[in-house]
Ligand binder design. Structure first.
Ligand code: DC
Length: 224
């Protein structure tokens, strides 16, 4: 059976995961958060003191890392070498390490394979940086979700504050700019809009408007 795949790509803080989760709940799809997989790998590198600029060490470490995912009450759980690390990967430190280490091919190969396997098993909405361009080039619906840097930094700031994490708006905006630059200019699978993706700037949109628009796009692309 052919499964319906929705690919969402975009820069850090564009609201991809919030939106993708809501779309998945509305459509009964499985939500696959690929950033969480890169973050779990990054956590392993951080814990083991691996220098993100040391490509050989990163490549060697890839052989020691096993990432799997499973679902608990509909929420994706990321398992790193048998440990559920889902609650440990949402920090700026891990996010920056994930951005720095996702530039390497051995890291990407390992995770792209896992992502492609998941998309074969169910109707999925998957978000990341290279989903429409590399992971699921045949996805029926593709969206490039973005917002201005200031709006994205503001959203991330509120999110971290709500979790009680100490944060500074200016530092977050600087981080986001650096992360965007690295994710868009790396050699392998840089973040870019797929030719057949719909560009959606959510700076002036609320969650319900974005949700309706994406469900509309899925309908236009053949979802019953
Ligand atoms: O979406 P996120 O912030 O959780 O992603 C963290 C980093 O992982 C991001 O800065 C780049 C990398 N990433 C990637 O290279 N490819 C993906 N499909 C998803 C994330």
């Amino acid at each position: 059976m052919q499964h319906f795949n929705i690919a969402i790509d975009g820069p850090a803080g564009a609201g991809k995961s919030t939106i993708a989760k809501a779309v998945a709940a509305r459509l009964g799809f499985i939500y696959v958060d690929t950033g969480a997989m890169y973050r779990a790998m990054a956590l392993y590198f951080l814990r083991n003191g691996i220098d993100p600029s040391d490509e050989a060490a990163i490549e060697a470490a890839c052989g020691q890392v096993d990432i799997t995912i499973h679902y608990q009450d509909g929420a994706q759980q990321v398992i790193l070498n048998g440990e559920n690390v889902s609650g440990l990967i949402r920090t700026e430190e891990v996010g920056n390490m994930a951005s720095a280490t996702s530039v390497y091919l051995p890291v990407r190969r390992k995770l792209v394979e896992l992502q492609q396997q998941l998309a074969k098993t169910a109707d999925v909405i998957m978000d990341g940086r290279d989903i429409g361009t590399c992971v699921l080039p045949h996805a029926q619906a593709k969206i490039y979700l973005t917002a201005s840097t200031a709006v994205r930094a503001g959203r991330r700031f509120k999110e971290l504050q709500a979790k009680g994490q100490e944060c500074d708006l200016e530092a977050i905006e600087k981080d986001i700019k650096e992360r965007d630059y690295r994710d868009m200019h790396r050699e392998h699978s840089p973040l870019m809009q797929a030719e057949d993706a719909v560009y959606l700037d959510t700076s002036e949109m609320n969650i319900d408007q974005v949700l309706d628009r994406i469900i509309g796009i899925a309908g236009e692309r053949g979802l019953n």
